[in-house]
Design a protein around this ligand. Sequence first.
Ligand SMILES: [Ca+2]
Length: 444
Amino acid sequence: MNLIYIFADQWRRDAVGIYNKEVITPNIDTLAKDGFVFNRAYSTSPVCSPHRACLLTGKFPIQNGVFTNCKPGIDAQLSEDDICVSDVLKENNYETGYIGKWHLDKPDGGDSWDAYTPPGKRRHGFDFWYSYGADDNHNTPHYWNTEGKRIDINQWSVEHETDVALRFLQNTKGKFALFISYNPPHSPYDSAPYKYKKLYDDITLKENVIPKFMHHTGEMDKNLISNNLEDTIREYYGAVSGVDDNIGRIVGYLKDNNLYDDTMIVISSDHGDMLGSHGLMGKYVWHEESIGIPLIFSGGRIGPNQSNELIGSTDHAPTLLGMLGISVPEDMQGKDFSPLIRGERFEGYKSIITEGFPNSTERIKSFEENGENFLDYGWRCVVTQDYKLAIHRGYSFGEEKQVFLYDIKNYPLENKTIEDTKKLEELKQEMRYWLELTSDGFKV
Ligand SMILES: [Ca+2]
């Protein structure tokens, strides 16, 4: 079976038509209807590079070393030595390809977050390469190709990357595994073609929206200074509809060329976007809008079915390999959910963990100057079917510890916390389980 893994950046779970009728995603809705839908997929560390490293290595941030975004001054990047799902696919004779945002290498210097990933080990088994590090100019994107040559383009990145993906598919000779990493609907929100934004008229704001528009890490949101939230959400949903339209082109190609039944198509994202909920924008926080992501397995004669099992970022790689009948490397920490997708006996998780760490050189320094390991701080959150516990020990040294216990079954908008000593202790115990498993020095 072939694999096409498509993920879009900053695309929250409830910005998909199957969860929110206001969002127009007919192609994804059809994949979902025919395929296997995870209703409770979570980003294990809801920010670009950490999710991506978890996705490819099947390991948690403390194990793979990517605790925050790869950016100037931060010592974090995907290790050459970690075995990624793509290394395993190449070893198993797949024609491998990566298109779009990578964001797993240290920047080349200066203020830019962008990075060139040279051919060789840093590409982790991906032979066909059409990618860049981090850059949000969605209408003037650039890429480095297989040979390492830089290419500059004047076209919406999602359309262009789909053109490149279709060319990849036309040129494949054997079984293939293609990863497509779209940057939109990531901000700046106003960059998708107008034909998509104009699909949206009245927008319903979620009841937990508070017009403050900060990032959880403390910065004001730059994208909202000259804009209003309704218009921003129109643009965000428009970008999602544009992603859907282009996913439709790929599915159409597979169907027209009798490849659909032999190709597993996975649709997902790296994390969500708060879009004003709880007064926040962006991600890097434990609320559902930030950590909840779409996850759909379709094509390849998969489904139809859906599940409320809890699944995290580290589980994608083992599950992809399981679905393709390839054994999972022993050091991948995630779980293979393929038995569940195939309808076989399966035992899921009682809870999953999601994590955020101090994210700037100044903040990291504040811990080091006080003899503390910064990786023991930030926040951890465990989610069960009905409850959520978040403990925040601060992004800088000396911040007061905060504890938030939510009843997400009865108050899914998380606009109130509950007090329940027994439940709190039960979830703390779950958190301790994950901290021990991941050799995490965070104190509950
Ligand atoms: Ca991201």
